[in-house]
Design a protein around this ligand. Structure first.
Ligand code: FAD
Length: 467
């Protein structure tokens, strides 16, 4: 039962309409897009249900909510569009879910500075369409573009499909407004760079709503590229593909698109074949002559590693379906069906052994284990695994998913890799946060203690609860 004094106080502070306590709303906020949470829902379980939902449509509502929560010593868990696939916005201690998806409004554009500022609840695809009509793009293209908010991108340190050229959200953010646990409204930004003190923009990126509530965001924008070259290639082995990706990155070539599928995922990525070989998708963009020259240089690296061109068509087809998530959703909708996506990262020197160990450990747990490498850095790359399976019933499916997580994280830690490249910790990676962050976790704990001494913001995440 919700605390009636809290609910009354919230209604007075933010208005009756913004405060929701109906069962449908509370049930909906007890599941995000994490497959484990989807199976809980199939089993009728709501282990992490809020007591009340506040729908924010202004910064004042956010401030009033956190102040009221502080007086009642009640947790507040921010919620964007719930596209997290790791349980990040699930209110594990109940209390208030603060829905930020109504925090919207007309963005403002600076064509001279090449920036756009938008309220944090704006849906990614709405902002991208708004910019597109004006000849610009964010060049931030997560697969969840139409299912996530701009504030959520910062809170989760998200990255997009063209990050190999443009970077993750940490490279695209100019500044933002954040409401602290005591209701203080702060602005952090750099115009465009500063050397006085640390770069405070980094503090809240990836904080998963545990340090503050982001209410407005200023992002870089780019003029639309006049030219794009796309091409797919088969490669003889995973070793060859990783060598190609590393060479391209370390030579200073900056493809916007690099996706290297192992043979198992290549069957899905290029359904028309040829089957049995890994496949690389490559794309360069920018001013025509420059992009064509870069593409030719990258293609030369691929061909000298035994690559064979399949032309542009497989990549064009992927561009058209790149936001499609139905293979995961339809498998999860089947009785006993389960599916999971796990993204990790490592240095080039450790990536291939980690990949092989992960495949070996996870293959017995699923009908299909698919892998691709898709965000390259000079020092390493991400690895994205998709697992699809069917169990006798949903209970068995749930334990299969739990075992997949446990085995995968153990392998990545053993290879000194990053346990998450972009989906974040949430509940899925809770047991591995402290080990993964090492000495950095103590710094994070102290920042948490200073910014949120009552530990009210999204408790139960990033291993930050008091011992
Ligand atoms: C089909 C699909 C594809 C995906 N593809 C990608 C991808 O390509 N790249 C990628 O990085 N991620 C991807 N994701 C994961 C997810 O979409 C991102 O993490 C996204 O940034 C979450 O945004 P959201 O607004 O839905 O936040 P939510 O899921 O609602 O919340 C996520 C976390 O952020 C916090 N939070 C949300 N808004 C705020 C705010 N304004 N202030 C403070 N804290 C806040 C919440 O408390 C929670 O901890 C994908 C998810 C799906 C379902």
């Amino acid at each position: 039962m919700p605390d009636s004094a809290l609910v009354e106080h919230l209604r007075r502070a933010v208005g009756t309409e913004a405060v929701r306590t109906d069962a449908t709303e509370l049930d909906a906020r007890s599941h995000d897009t994490w497959p484990v949470a989807t199976v809980w829902a199939k089993l009728g379980r709501h282990p992490h249900r809020p007591d009340v939902v506040v729908r924010a449509d202004s910064v004042e509502t956010v401030v009033a909510t956190v102040r009221t929560a502080s007086e009642h010593r009640t947790p507040v868990t921010p919620w964007g569009l719930g596209s997290s696939v790791t349980g990040q916005p699930l209110p594990v201690r109940g209390g208030i879910v603060l829905d930020l998806s109504g925090l919207v409004g007309e963005p403002s554009l600076s064509e001279i500075d090449h920036t756009v500022t938008a309220p944090a609840g704006v849906r990614g695809s709405d902002l991208e369409s708004w910019l597109d009509r004006r000849g610009y793009t964010l060049n931030h293209s997560p697969q969840s573009l139409a299912r996530s908010t701009v504030g959520g991108w910062l809170a989760t340190r998200a990255t997009g499909q063209f990050s190999s050229r443009y970077g993750g959200i940490e490279d695209l953010v100019v500044g933002y407004q954040v409401v602290l646990a005591d209701g203080t409204v702060a602005q952090v930004e750099q115009r465009p760079r500063a050397a006085m003190g640390p770069d405070l923009r980094a503090v809240f990126l990836g904080s998963e709503g545990t340090l503050g509530i982001i209410t407005a965001v200023t992002l870089k924008i780019f003029s639309r590229s006049p030219h794009r070259s796309l091409e797919a290639f088969t490669l003889p082995s995973v070793t060859a593909g990783l060598t190609v990706m590393r060479t391209i990155g370390q030579t200073g070539l900056r493809p916007a698109l690099v996706r290297f599928y192992d043979a198992a995922e290549a069957r899905h990525a290029v359904p028309e074949g040829p089957h049995g070989s890994p496949v690389l998708f490559l794309g360069h963009e920018g001013i025509g002559d420059v992009a064509r020259a870069e593409h030719a240089a990258s293609a030369e690296v691929v061909l000298s590693a035994g690559g064979v061109s399949l032309g542009a068509e497989p990549v064009d087809a992927w561009m058209a379906r790149r936001y499609d998530f139905s293979s995961i959703e339809s498998r999860l909708a089947e009785p006993g069906g389960y599916a999971e996506t796990i993204e990790v990262a490592n240095l080039w020197s450790r990536l291939e052994p980690m990949y092989h160990d992960l495949r070996r450990e996870l293959t017995p747990l699923a009908e299909e284990t698919l892998g691709h490498f898709s965000h390259i850095y000079d020092q390493g790359s991400s690895l994205y695994l998709i697992l699809l399976g069917r169990a006798g019933d949903d209970r068995t499916a749930l334990s299969r998913l739990e075992e997949i997580w446990a085995r995968a994280m153990k392998v990545v830690v053993a290879h000194h890799g990053e346990v998450s490249h972009h989906h974040g910790g949430g509940l899925a990676r809770q047991p591995w946060v402290a080990q993964s962050l090492g000495g950095g976790h103590e710094i994070l704990r102290r920042i948490k203690d200073a910014l949120d001494p009552g530990h009210l913001l999204n408790p139960g995440k990033l291993g930050l609860d008091p011992e």
